[in-house]
Design a protein around this ligand. Structure first.
Ligand SMILES: Nc1ncnc2c1ncn2[C@@H]1O[C@@H]2COP(=O)(O)O[C@H]2[C@H]1O
Length: 603
């Protein structure tokens, strides 16, 4: 089905001089807040523009706010209802047929013949021409009936970041309407989330067991995702992505959302153990879990199961929280969501705290994965929380970010992107020189060599960046390496040699997990890349690393006080931090946007 709405949405955020690409992914914000008001808590709809509005083409990323928010949006954009010249009353009963909006086609059947009982007019689907749901055929009269239709017909999967209520409550309550769906809804998540929801929500105590496990009625089925993706699925850049709805794949990484009592010390929501990482450094190609499909209550992977890979970064951190052995991290998830048609991606976070104060710092792994995608031009949207303004002290962040932390984390990402861009540019330069030198013949084998060797694990560089971090931007900001002007023509063997060294070091890191990689080998891996960069045009450095990336801020916690919404202050603080860094020669280049319920965002 063609989608008229996509034509008018152009992605203006693609860096460089390339012509803007048509938008590939739409994200509709249903809930942008982090509480305490229950009407606006985390919930988004994601869809591939290429899939149009076919059944099963929408993914709900978290669902604290869900059906009620869709109803609200439709009320705003369905003129036949919002203007009052409606054919539906508040209960959805038809009346005022003659006053329909031109957008809503009337029953076009001829007037009834005398003696024939007038038929009840049949409503034809209406297609909205404005708002986030522009283009979706709506078969009902009232906003709320159409909202239920969208949920039943179009939303296939609920991708949940963690089992906290503000990310789940809408979904749980809406499941009572799933009896009218033709197939079960899928709840997709990492196993720790699935098991928690199964055990603590659909347990016939808090909520009826409407799932298809343990004798439930079958409205909901669970899709247990493998952390870091499933290597058995997909190929090339799409390897590891599991299809979660029509046209979209997902890959999830565990992240940390505060701390709780260490399992065994008290009744607690169990999380990961500090100092232990669940995923090997070569997470892209070696997911930890080999079978995520058959967990059930009482066994399998529970939240809190420690991993077996020790992060070198933790030993280097000094924040008092990280030294407390009585606490474990609360788990959450960051998902990369990939549009199958265009290979473009989004990064959407659940609640998350900065690595600098975490008992289990795991954000750098996600940044490493993201850096490669940003450098490759396939990722330009990051949905991430910033729950509090900077006035919130570290001790009362409860597993969340404040502007100072978000900007510090983005600086880590920016460093990685810069390195990745250098590597890409140097590889490109080498291929070009090889081609020129060998008349194009050797270029083929060299290109093949690079492509085969090229792995996307950036673990070594992640480790290095973690050595640099602290909790406030001023502390973590390093002097930007002054780009050296490249010699006008570098000897080809120098570049070749550096690349061989670089590839050797990178492969060493790929073959060695986080715990095993020595700091020296990580550093030499970076140095090899940076050395190669000295031979490259300075233009590699001239653009800020995150140019073209939009950082969409969510989960802002309303203060429930008079005056401007705290989101305005958070945006101001983010921009001030970024401006301060730019003054010191550390431009990030990204744009900050505070997400709002009822708005949609295109990528
Ligand atoms: N120790 C605590 N004291 C007060 N409030 C808390 C504490 N821990 C968590 N919270 C609040 O509970 C909320 C649960 O959802 P969030 O993680 O979004 O944000 C959390 C805080 O707002």
């Amino acid at each position: 089905m063609s989608d008229p709405s996509i034509k008018s949405h152009i992605d203006n955020n693609v860096s460089g001089s390339a012509p803007p690409k048509p938008a590939a992914i739409q994200v509709i914000c249903l809930g942008s807040g982090g509480g305490p008001s229950e009407d606006n808590v985390s919930g988004f709809l994601v869809r591939s523009a290429a899939s149009g509005w076919i059944r099963g083409s929408m993914l709900a990323m978290d669902a604290g706010s869900h059906m009620a928010a869709i109803t609200r949006i439709l009320e705003q954009h369905l003129p036949a209802i919002s203007r009052g010249d409606t054919r539906a009353d508040s209960d959805g009963n038809l009346f005022h047929q003659q006053a329909l909006s031109p957008q809503r086609p009337l029953d076009s059947s001829p007037p009834s013949s005398p003696g024939i009982r007038p038929s009840i007019p049949t409503l034809e689907p209406v297609v909205l021409d404005s708002g986030p749901f522009a283009g979706v055929p709506l078969p009902h009269a009232s906003a709320r009936a159409n909202a239920a239709h969208i949920v039943r017909s179009h939303v296939a999967t609920y991708l949940i970041s963690h089992p906290h209520l503000d990310h789940l409550s809408g979904f749980a309550i809406n499941t009572a309407a799933f009896h009218a769906t033709s197939r079960p809804k899928t709840l997709a998540a990492l196993p720790f989330t699935v098991e928690a929801i199964k055990r603590h929500i659909f347990n016939d105590v808090i909520w009826p067991n409407l799932t298809d496990e343990d004798g439930g009625v079958g409205f909901v089925t669970f899709q247990r995702l493998k952390e870091g993706g499933d290597v058995m699925v997909g190929e090339g850049e799409g390897r590891g992505y599991i299809e979660v709805c029509e046209g979209l794949g997902a890959k999830g990484f565990k992240i940390s959302h505060g701390k709780c009592m260490r399992p065994g010390t008290a009744e607690s929501h169990r999380g990961s153990i500090g100092n232990l990482s669940d995923v090997p450094a070569n997470y892209s190609t070696t997911p930890r879990h080999t079978d995520g499909r058959h967990h059930s209550l009482g066994h399998g992977h529970l939240p809190g199961t420690p991993g077996s890979f020790q992060s070198p970064s933790v030993a280097q951190t000094s924040h008092p929280f990280q030294q407390d052995p009585g606490f474990a991290a609360v788990d959450s998830t960051a998902y990369f969501i990939r549009d199958t048609a265009t290979s473009r991606e989004l990064l959407m976070f659940g609640d998350v705290e900065p690595d600098s104060i975490s008992v289990a710092p795991r954000l750098a792994r996600v940044w490493a994965e993201a850096a490669h995608k940003i450098a490759a031009g396939i990722l330009n949207g990051i949905f991430i929380e910033c729950s509090y303004p900077d006035s919130q002290a570290d001790a009362i962040l409860f597993g969340h970010l404040a502007p100072r932390h978000l900007v510090a984390e983005l600086q880590v990402l920016a460093d990685m992107v810069r390195e990745e861009k250098v590597i890409r540019a140097s590889e490109k330069a080498m291929r070009k020189r090889k081609r020129a030198a060998n008349g194009g013949l050797a270029a083929i084998s060299q290109d093949d060599f690079i492509d085969k060797k090229r792995s996307r694990s950036l673990a070594g560089r992640s480790a290095i960046n973690q050595f640099r971090r602290s909790s406030v931007p001023d502390d973590m900001i390093q002097n930007s390496p002054t780009p050296q002007q490249p010699p006008s023509s570098a000897p080809m063997q120098d570049i070749d040699q550096m690349h061989q060294e670089y590839l050797k070091n990178r492969n060493l890191n790929i073959a060695t997990n986080f715990g095993g990689a020595s700091r020296d080998s990580s550093i030499s891996s970076i140095n090899a890349g940076v050395d190669a960069a000295h031979l490259l045009p300075s233009s590699v450095y001239s653009d800020p690393p995150l140019k073209g990336v939009r950082v969409l801020v969510m989960h802002v916690k309303d203060t429930m006080k008079d005056g401007p919404h705290v989101g305005e202050l958070i945006l101001q603080q983010l921009n001030e931090h970024a401006a301060g860094m730019a003054q010191r020669g550390m431009r990030l280049g990204c744009e900050f946007v505070i997400t709002e319920s009822g708005k949609d965002y295109w990528f």
